[in-house]
Design a protein around this ligand. Structure first.
Ligand code: NAG
Ligand code: NAG
Ligand code: NAG
Ligand code: NAG
Ligand code: ZN
Length: 384
């Protein structure tokens, strides 16, 4: 009798263990990796919308609310607005580059002042929400900030026009907390060509452009090759002494827009140990005008880059608040978890994404690049 009871108990126990193992395997979803690593997005243009809509006056801005149906910030009222704190939390965002952007119309005019105003509004936004946001300027603080429940908020500058060709201005931006600079926006600077002139490349990267890249390497500011011409991508990769980033660019082989990264450059990014953070903009992920972009298009770009150069050099840089059309399924900052679910649930012909792979895509790859840029800076300074 005792033996039978023990046997029954044992089999019930085994059954329960079996069930719970089975269940935990079956219930794992791609989005669950966003609990073990911060999801870091390389590019969000909310600060530009704060300038356009509020002249940077934050008093009446309710970032904490769900703004998706707001009269000023909602989907209907504002096709370029996709971000609020409510949806960032739903989207499990753990690290975000907020972009200090000033348009090409500011070049040779008020670009420095406009850039400073955008850095200022980013800092004021962070200060207004201290329980949810924290300024981060070193790679090691991203994960700890996120573990403390805050979005690691970093600053990038979009467009070399913000420098007005001054290395002093570049260094002072670093002092203010800026950790990447996109070398151009849609206009050429005096020292680097933009993607929009790709068909008639003018100067590529000039000698002074090389100096800027090397100075960025020295001070530890990441070089962002989104928006530059394909030849400037190649020129920079040939001279840089640290890994580069593409903060918001996708794959040229899938959609032939010059904002996207061609295959030879992707191979160089692998050698350079840099990262391509994939842009979600409909016009960059889908070049077929007879259909709308969907989440599947973004999956295809991510898988293309992974298949070509490996899982260590790809990340996410959606471009929310900077574009007016996004794929069905990725309409705003709350949607990232769906992308991770979909990648984990891979289809025939697609690579298999392990938990570790998804963690790399979400944040580990970017943190590695940021750390390597910091290390390269220390080494360059020591070697002098
Ligand atoms: C800023 O916005 C608030 C509320 O929307 C308004 O009351 C205030 O006058 C504005 N401040 C300036 C300097 O425009
Ligand atoms: C720009 O770079 C490309 C590729 O390296 C080269 O063929 C071209 O001659 C360069 N143009 C100028 C103006 O230097
Ligand atoms: C573009 O999309 C249409 C509609 O889905 C499809 O029939 C067509 O084959 C696509 N063209 C290309 C070149 O993929
Ligand atoms: C694309 O989406 C728009 C907006 O939702 C819709 O009006 C249009 O019919 C769609 N186009 C195609 C080809 O499905
Ligand atoms: Zn951009």
């Amino acid at each position: 009798m005792v033996y039978i009871n023990v046997a029954v108990c044992l089999s019930v126990l085994l059954l329960m263990i079996g069930l719970s193992v089975g269940l935990s395997v079956n219930t794992f979803k791609g989005r669950d990796v966003l609990n073990s690593v911060p999801l870091i997005d390389g590019h969000n243009d909310l600060p530009e919308n704060l300038y356009e809509k509020l002249s940077n006056n934050l008093s009446g801005f309710h970032f904490e609310d769900d703004l998706s149906n707001d009269d000023a910030w909602g989907r209907t009222a504002c096709p370029v607005c996709h971000t609020d704190l409510h949806r960032l939390i739903a989207g499990k965002v753990g690290g975000q580059f907020w972009v200090a952007y000033t348009g090409c119309e500011s070049q040779y005019k008020d670009a420095v002042q406009r850039t400073l105003r955008q850095i200022d509004v980013i800092k004021r936004l962070i200060d207004r929400y201290p329980t949810n946001l924290q300024l981060v300027t070193v790679a090691a603080d991203i994960e700890t900030t996120w573990r403390n429940g805050r979005i690691a908020s970093m600053i990038g500058i979009e467009g070399g026009q913000s420098l007005e060709s001054s290395l002093a201005v570049l260094r002072l931006y670093y002092e203010l907390g800026v950790r990447y600079m996109t070398l151009t926006h849609t206009c050429n600077t005096p020292w680097a060509d933009a993607s929009s002139v790709n068909d008639g490349s003018v100067y590529n990267l000039t000698e002074f452009g090389k100096k800027i890249v090397l100075e960025m390497n020295r001070i530890g500011m990441m070089v962002d090759l989104a928006h530059v011409s394909h030849n400037v991508m190649r020129d920079v990769l040939a001279v840089t002494r640290a890994p580069i980033i593409f903060s918001h660019s996708s794959a040229f082989s899938i959609c032939q827009n010059y904002r996207n990264v061609p295959d030879d450059v992707l191979h160089s990014v692998k050698e350079n140990k840099g990262i391509v953070m994939v842009n979600f903009y409909s016009g960059f992920v889908n070049c077929n005008s007879s259909r709308n972009a969907t989440l599947q298009d973004v999956v295809d770009h991510i898988n293309y880059i992974r298949n070509l150069i490996g899982v260590d050099y790809v990340g996410i840089g959606a471009d929310y608040d900077g574009v007016n059309s996004l794929p069905v399924g990725l309409e705003d900052v709350s949607k990232y978890p769906d992308l991770f679910d979909r990648l984990y649930d891979s289809r025939e012909g697609e690579p298999t994404w392990t938990k570790e792979d998804l963690e790399k895509l979400a944040g580990r790859n970017f943190i590695r690049v940021f750390q390597m840029v910091e290390t390269a800076s220390i080494k360059i300074i020591e070697d002098r």
